[in-house]
Structure formats: C-alpha cells, structure tokens
Ligand binder design. Structure first.
Ligand code: CA2
Length: 145
C-alpha cells in the first residue's frame, strides 16, 4: 500500500479556535479526518502529524526516508520562513514534496513571502484553506498511479 505523510507545523494545533478569518473554522482534526477518508478511498495509507518543535518535524521527515513513504505534504507554518534545517531534511527525502499554506502568504507580511521549503517542494499551494491539503493529496496520489 502506498504511503503519504502529512506534517503540520507549529501552532496549527490551534486551528478552528482562533483567527478563523485567516485560517478558517475547521480544526486540525477535521482536516485530518477528511484526508484519512480521501486516502482510504484511493487505497492509500496516510499518517498525519503535528508538532510545535522543529526537531520533531525533522525526525519524522527522516523517518519517511526509511519507511517507504512516497510523498510528504507539509505545512511548515512559521518554520517555512526560517528553517534551513527542515529544507535540508526534505532535500534528503527522495519522494514527492508538496508545500501547503492555508492562507495566501504572498498577500501577507513580506517576511511570509520567502519560503525555504519551496526550494525543495515539487508543488506549492497557498490560499485555498483546508481545500489546499485535499488538492495536495489528490496530486500526490495521481502522480503515483
Ligand atoms: O497559511 C499558513 O498555513 C501558514 O503556514 C500558517 C502559519 C504562518 O506562520 C505561515 O506564515 C502561513 C501560522 C500557523 C498558525 O496557526 C494558527 C491557527 C489558529 C490560531 C492561531 C494560529
């Protein structure tokens, strides 16, 4: 069974509780449940993880190199704009990488316009809210068919 890993970065555990005008009303659990359903229908295995810690995200990316994960969908949240370490970990992963942002980062403060992760990502989706994760999952599953 093909496997995909979905990683959510810092503060995304707060989704649905604050700033709904930017990040929407859905909780992270709502988003993950939808992705589980979508993956199961296509016969894919999926793991969804969230961490507020850079090193933990890196450990999971490194783990995906070794366990046959075909693709990583990642919303690195604020680490998008700061983390060379996450970029390096993704550069060592050989499968597909899709970067997702709920908000349109290009419409926001200039410090959100730079993404280290985009240097590695095969695709980037921003501004579509939770629909962005579903589009990313469709894209990785279609690419492996
Ligand atoms: O738009 C996105 O998905 C972001 O990755 C979200 C990050 C932000 O730093 C990026 O620039 C863009 C922030 C995630 C914080 O999530 C919260 C959710 C609800 C309440 C508070 C924070």
């Amino acid at each position: 069974m093909k496997k995909v890993l979905v990683l959510h970065g810092p503060n995304l555990n707060l989704l649905g509780t604050r700033q709904p005008e930017i990040y929407g009303h859905e909780t992270l659990e709502d988003i993950n449940n939808g992705l589980f359903e979508q993956a199961a229908l296509a016969g894919w295995e999926i793991a969804c993880r969230q961490s507020n810690h850079e090193g933990e995200l890196i450990d999971w990316i490194q783990g995906a190199r070794l366990d046959g994960t075909a693709a990583i969908i990642i919303n690195p949240a604020a680490y998008t704009h700061t983390s060379v370490a996450i970029l390096d970990a993704l550069n060592a992963f050989e499968g597909r990488v899709i970067e997702v942002h709920l908000s349109n980062v290009h419409q926001r403060e200039s410090f959100r316009h730079r993404s280290y992760v985009s240097l590695r990502a095969d695709g980037v989706i921003a501004g579509l809210g939770s629909q962005g994760y579903r589009a990313a999952l469709d894209a990785v599953m279609a690419a492996e068919r």
